[in-house]
Design a protein around this ligand. Sequence first.
Ligand SMILES: Nc1nc2c(ncn2[C@@H]2O[C@H](COP(=O)(O)OP(=O)(O)OP(=O)(O)O)[C@@H](O)[C@H]2O)c(=O)[nH]1
Ligand SMILES: [Mg+2]
Length: 347
Amino acid sequence: MKVGLVGFPGSGKTTIYNALTGQRAETGYAGRGGRPNRAVVRVPDQRVERLAEIYQPKKVTFAEIMFVDMPAPPGASQRSLDPQALAAMREMDALVQVARGFPAEDGTAPDPAGELSDLAAELALGDLAPVERRLERLKKERGRPGETELLERLKAQLEQGLPLRQLTLSESELTLLSGYRFLTLKPLLVVLNVDEASLGRPLPPEVEAAAAGLTVIPLSGRIEMDIAAMPPEEQLAFARELGLSEPAMGRFVRAAYAALDLISFLTVGPDECRAWTIRRGTVAQRAAGKIHSDIERGFIRAEVMHYDDFMAAGGSEVRVREAGRLRLEGKDYVVKDGDIIHFRHAT
Ligand SMILES: Nc1nc2c(ncn2[C@@H]2O[C@H](COP(=O)(O)OP(=O)(O)OP(=O)(O)O)[C@@H](O)[C@H]2O)c(=O)[nH]1
Ligand SMILES: [Mg+2]
């Protein structure tokens, strides 16, 4: 999954990127105008670790997220996004807006609520342009049935500066729209980058209002970046000393999975224990395709035991089977978080 860190210049995107990935990309003005920073991180998952202890596999593989930190162009103005930035954002599966909650180096006071509403307006404008272009074309050529009506609906929403994700769109409408890769249809999460002193304070009401139902994760980028740069075995103790339950990565990933409606299923065996990330609601046959398209195509059935049942049975597949908790599921079975699955497939 590709997650883009977006926001206005100097909001702390690169700092948060370093905090989440443990990288040491250059922050501040020196980091401006370069290429995007990219890093793949593993999603912490104790279940995978426990399973690996039981199976002792040759390989252990965690779910992964790729973070992309988009640099502001040199000389970027404070509150706008250039077409290049919009294009790069379209490539992402999800977006994380970093909003500045600390005074800037030049003393400019923070205005995170303003940044949230300004970015929302920029994204809505970015989506409005292709809708208007297509509607213009549809005056001269025949579109697909219902296309004009659908696009008029989107236009009305975007003209009010509102995101498309607030509309109720059917599966077939979403399919028709998939080529646009609309920015305001992508899952969006907000990181409020606050000063050390503001950690633990409740969210300011104006930020809550501007976030309009989005998940807001308060983080102190600078502290978290320092934590992420420490040896792994010292990170937890240091975070606890600062009154944080754990380093940013774990807190962020949990909030992000919940907000993005992501879950993990697991596969086990002597070769590999592994977590796979899917959208909630994915059926077994589609989930199999995460592993390999051949397994999806030749899908016969899924043998499923839940991680909790497996652990309750002392980590023994035989005992899970005896307890009647090993299930055979068909292609339309909706996969649950923590399902340990063995796919039977024709080759
Ligand atoms: N006080 C404080 N300063 C921070 C924090 N996070 C970032 N900064 C500072 O804010 C400045 C900008 O941070 P960056 O991470 O480079 O911001 P950016 O969003 O990547 O900036 P551009 O790439 O130029 O758009 C740097 O001087 C950081 O050290 C924080 O949590 N607290
Ligand atoms: Mg940066």
